[in-house]
Design a protein. Sequence first.
Length: 726
Amino acid sequence: METKNLVISFAILYVITGVAIGVGLYYAGYNADHSPAPKMDVFQQLQNEISADNISAYLKHLSSVPHLAGTAQDYEQAVWLHDNFVQSGLDRVVIVPYQVLLSYPNMTQPNIVRLLDDKGVANITTSGKQTPISQPEEFSELAAPNFNAYSGRTGLIESDGLVYAHYGQMEDFEYLESQGIDVSGKIVLARYGASFRANIVDLAQRKGAVGVLLYSDPKDFAKKGRNDIYPDSWWMPGMAVQSGTVYLGNGDPLTPFYPAVESAYRIPESEALLPSIAVQPIGYDEAELLLRAMGGPTAPEQWQGDLEPVYSLGPGFKYGDGWKLEMNMQTANKLVTTYNTIGMLYGQEEPDRYVLVGNHRDAWTLGALDPSSGTACMLEMARTFGKVKQDYNWRPRRSLIFCSWGAEEYGLIGSYEWVEEHAKVLSQRAVAYLNVDIAVEGNYSLWGSGAPLMNKVYLDSSKRIANPSADEVVQGRPTVYETWVHRYPDANHPAKPKVNILGSGSDYTAFMHVLGVPAIDIRYTYEEHTLYETHHLLADIMDVGFLHHRAVTQLWAEVARNLLESVVLPLDLDWYATYLAEQVAGIQSRYGAQLEANNATMNYFQLAVTHFGEAVRDYQTTTLANLDTSDVLAVRRVNDQLMLLERHFIDPHGLPNRPEFNHIVFAPSSSDGYSSSSFSGLTDLLEAVGDQTIVQKPAEWALIQQHLSVIAFYIEAAAKSLSNHI
Ligand SMILES: *[C@@H]1O[C@H](CO)[C@@H](O)[C@H](O)[C@H]1NC(C)=O
Ligand SMILES: *[C@@H]1O[C@H](CO)[C@@H](O)[C@H](O)[C@H]1NC(C)=O
Ligand SMILES: *[C@@H]1O[C@H](CO)[C@@H](O)[C@H](O)[C@H]1NC(C)=O
Ligand SMILES: *[C@@H]1O[C@H](CO)[C@@H](O)[C@H](O)[C@H]1NC(C)=O
Ligand SMILES: *[C@@H]1O[C@H](CO)[C@@H](O)[C@H](O)[C@H]1NC(C)=O
Ligand SMILES: [Zn+2]
């Protein structure tokens, strides 16, 4: 990932110490030799088999070496997963290559930032890399120097000014403008912690900046003070940096919408959604030196961080004229091969219906948390399913596909290319996609996101998973569900835990937002921020005994089992209807009057949601209530309707001005790629038009009217798909 709060993708070494889709194969399974089916409880067998020690051993191997996407170590791990999947007894395992555009620093010549005095003598020089501190694996020569992937310029970038832009959000740049501070031709210094870094860079570039320096302020990342940092605690030390991509899109930058297969046409780099300015992360010790040298007006109170000087806005330097800041950049883009490892366990009755589980494999450095904690869990899950299959001659009703994605950190590239390559087949056959990126980043509570249709299967499954925390059990919370609802109750429905809607921080994005395959994301999280990524951190501090890893694996396996084995797909129509009704009411109360005043009506949208609710009720009381589950064709008809329901919200033309996202209900927020909002196709347009009327902005209002009619149409179509006639 790409995480929910930007904390976890630190490339800090120590801190972070740290197709093959078979078609329609009908497998006879245990009936083939006519031996009677053994009596066994699949749930119990899977749960019992999952071993915490195995997960720890897998993680130890994976996090022993840096495995940046596109490197030899990454390929070795792709092969290692392949071999493990084969050994686990999966039916078909393939390594799928794609040639894509990634970005690398120079391993021997780091990117350096220098402040030069009026005689051209360096006053401040950044180190460009992190110094290992404690664990042996931190000292690997394979670890890359500090960089942000896809930084846009190589060579020397010079500027006579540095501007402090707080979190680098739109309102921050607007404030600078209001103070008469122009970032054009300047370098921007911005803090991590409020939005996706690619959005910060995009705004800075649009305002004319020539470079961006990103750092993590101790106010956000060393909250207990600068003496309470790694290795003494889990807070971030002063020369640690957060790596990460500054590409605004998803998937291979040169093959938008299409897979990067051998025959692919590649657009010129200049047409890709990549920044054209230089970007470099620095530690807060170095940011402090720069802030000390800055002149200009004092930054507002809320902009002040925890570094020593009073923060100024810039752009000049306080020691006088003629001082210059330079970035000497080596980061460059390169066409390389990335690999997905795909393993398949064929289903017994419906082998052409797929439940997919996935996790990315690439990491900025050692990746013990992100993503290897999830990779270790997925390996154990594959071993477990394989073991139960072999021991009991069992197969699930539907097919299970394990996906180990490459190059996620650069922009969800491996999963996007694969989904693009298999879009039609997945659209016709995929039941659900279950993502785990970081499995365990703390031991406080489950923290989940997901599609409304997945609500019931997610919650019901979590009610069956024993609580890994003895303390929590003593508090009267025997399962992970009870801790979850206790820690994160849903504000509108406090009897259930909050399941967030899916943004675009991990590999569920192409499934959910492009294809309309309902997805979830699972992890165990912390109460406060944690920062480092070694096996040691997880094994000795955060998850002693790996019991939380086991719980995540058990939950992941149980959600999968439930979707694989239930005769009627356990998709939550009710919750979708409730969710849509709440959302339409929210939009009406916020924008209703404004819409009416500009000749746009919410009526059809509201009516469609009402019809959807009625269709769901009818479906449950007639079709589902009267279903003869021994009638295999009737069951298949119902399951097709359920499986395809989410697909009805997919508009092949995409959202207004955002052809890359197709789901009319859910889309990543357009101002922050990490978060998500519902009906953002509509609300983005409304926010952009502001209080300007239809007379002032006729074209904009026409687009709003058109999109409202599109929303109403697709919701009606989804409702009608639940009836038995056309
Ligand atoms: C996983 O655990 C099982 C059961 O405890 C054990 O037999 C097996 O050797 C372990 N496998 C690996 C790969 O660690
Ligand atoms: C990295 O820098 C070294 C030293 O300047 C240079 O010799 C080498 O060609 C560079 N490598 C790449 C891949 O540009
Ligand atoms: C940078 O310049 C300032 C002003 O001349 C001076 O006080 C400071 O000592 C210099 N720092 C270094 C590391 O040379
Ligand atoms: C949970 O995490 C805290 C650190 O936040 C640690 O002190 C504690 O030992 C952990 N508990 C377990 C059971 O690993
Ligand atoms: C609003 O709709 C009314 C009725 O259709 C129409 O007469 C009027 O011209 C419209 N106003 C604008 C500004 O389009
Ligand atoms: Zn990740």
